[in-house]
Design a binder for this molecule. Structure first.
Ligand code: NI
Length: 262
């Protein structure tokens, strides 16, 4: 069975067929889904989805690109939601310098606040880092992220950066990008990262793998990602699915030994 570690099923592009799609996941081998909050509205909708679907868990966080909407009041609200039963992570949080807004100082401030929040509520973090490798690492080191648990979502940096996160004990979310022909550096990084640190993710509705690149993505496309990782690691697709699922259950404390882990 497959563990989808990062999707945004609250996105409006799923409004027409969300229920049908989500209800079909299990029969296609998707056992669990983490729906990741990226804005305050996204967090609210994520909470609602966790109530509707037993196999769906939530992450509460505000994406760097949306941090302009945060203030003390909404941050306090975010913190309260972390106590909900099916909230298993803080995310996605981080830095994204691909876009100019909000400015870096705003992104950094809320990245730091949300990292500390995760420490306080003792949940793993889901990190979004784009075109910001150095600042992300600096902030994580300054906040002793090595003592925390988490995943670098949509890992898109080099082997050298991967080594730094491995030393911190972090996991790596690998998705559709690894199937792209031009993703040479990422393929190298995946060969380098030990299997017990890899999670499968889609970032749905974004980043659909080949042969569906450019289309709306969903967890149903995860076998293509698993297949590519299997080829890079020279193991079977089934092994990739099994190991990454075990990894995700361990990180998010979901599944049979959840009671013991908590
Ligand atoms: Ni995402």
């Amino acid at each position: 069975m497959i563990f989808e570690s990062h999707a945004h099923y609250d996105d409006e592009v799923f409004d027409k067929d969300r229920e049908e799609l989500l209800r079909s996941l299990r029969e296609h081998g998707i056992e669990y889904v983490i729906n990741v909050g990226a804005s305050l509205a996204g967090c609210k909708n994520t909470l609602r989805l966790t109530e509707e679907y037993p196999f769906l868990y939530g992450a509460m966080g505000v994406h760097p690109g949306e941090t302009g909407e945060l203030d003390e009041e909404s941050f306090a609200w975010l913190k309260e939601q972390c106590a909900a039963d099916k909230v298993v992570a803080v995310g996605e949080i981080g830095l994204d310098y691909h876009w100019e807004e909000p400015e870096a100082s705003v992104q950094k401030q809320w990245f730091e606040r949300q990292l500390e929040l995760a420490r306080e509520v003792d949940l793993p973090v889901i990190i979004h880092s784009r075109d910001a490798a150095k600042d992300t690492l600096d902030i994580m080191r300054a906040h002793r992220a090595g003592e925390m648990r988490g995943v670098i979502h949509c890992f898109s940096y080099t082997k050298e950066i991967a080594r730094e996160y491995l030393q911190m004990g972090f996991y790596f979310g690998i998705g559709g990008v690894v199937t792209f022909k031009n993703a040479k550096k990422l393929k190298e990084a995946v060969q380098y990262i030990p299997m017990d640190r890899i999670l499968l993710e889609t970032d749905s509705p974004y980043l659909a793998p080949e042969p569906h690149r450019g289309q709306r993505n969903s967890s149903l496309n995860l076998p293509y990602v698993a297949e590519e990782i299997a080829a890079l690691k020279e193991i079977s697709r089934e092994e990739v699915e099994e190991i990454t699922s075990d990894n995700a259950k361990r990180l998010f404390r979901i599944g049979q030994d959840a009671a013991a882990a908590r």
